[in-house]
Design a protein around this ligand. Sequence first.
Ligand SMILES: Nc1ncnc2c1ncn2[C@@H]1O[C@H](COP(=O)(O)OP(=O)(O)OP(=O)(O)O)[C@@H](O)[C@H]1O
Length: 219
Amino acid sequence: MNSPAPLEAPALLQARGLAYLRNDEPIFGPLDFALYPGEVVLIEGDNGSGKTTLLKVLSGLLAPSAGSVLLNGEPLTLARLSHQVALLGHLLGIKAELSPLQNLRFAIGLGGLRPGITPHHALKSVGLDGYEDVPLRQLSAGQKKRVALARLLLVPAALWLLDEPYANLDREGMALVNRLLEVHALRGGAALITSHGAYAYTSGTPRRLQLHAPAEKAA
Ligand SMILES: Nc1ncnc2c1ncn2[C@@H]1O[C@H](COP(=O)(O)OP(=O)(O)OP(=O)(O)O)[C@@H](O)[C@H]1O
């Protein structure tokens, strides 16, 4: 008996005519793109080209000026955002007065827990065993970034939006980001990652989405 043809996977994320204006000035867009399970897509652009703003719109922190964002074919809602999207922004989403363990438990409370992993295991995976109970303000910038990476490992969100994930990391930390991205893509997750040029992503040739700074837009 023939097995049925596999159904085409729906886009995890779809942007349609997505644009953001600040004081009537275009920051980005209109953009049309889709992100499928297993994909890592790089958002490229110079300083000020709108990369962070795009991630904020995609993660629901800013409302788009035009267009729409669909997650698994459905419009964004707060409940879907908290369980399907993990954002690693410049501010990392971690609290300085809490320890890594406390921060991770807080993140699980908001975003849920992926089966088969514990906060201790996640901290070990990012090279932070021994730092479980140290207040975050006593950690280096790279160690804080690693706590934020441990959070990605713990929550079940399929879509990762990572703003400059390699910033503040040493060579081994950059390789760690790549390993996390590869494993995430292999298990059907997807990621959008920004950088103003210094990419360290080394697995294959990822698709690129180019944004342009205002001076380039006017040119
Ligand atoms: N809170 C804000 N208020 C006003 N303008 C802002 C604000 N945040 C960003 N901008 C402007 O929006 C534009 C896009 O900024 P954004 O941070 O998205 O760029 P980026 O591509 O992420 O830059 P970088 O590579 O420097 O991180 C810039 O011109 C910036 O000055």
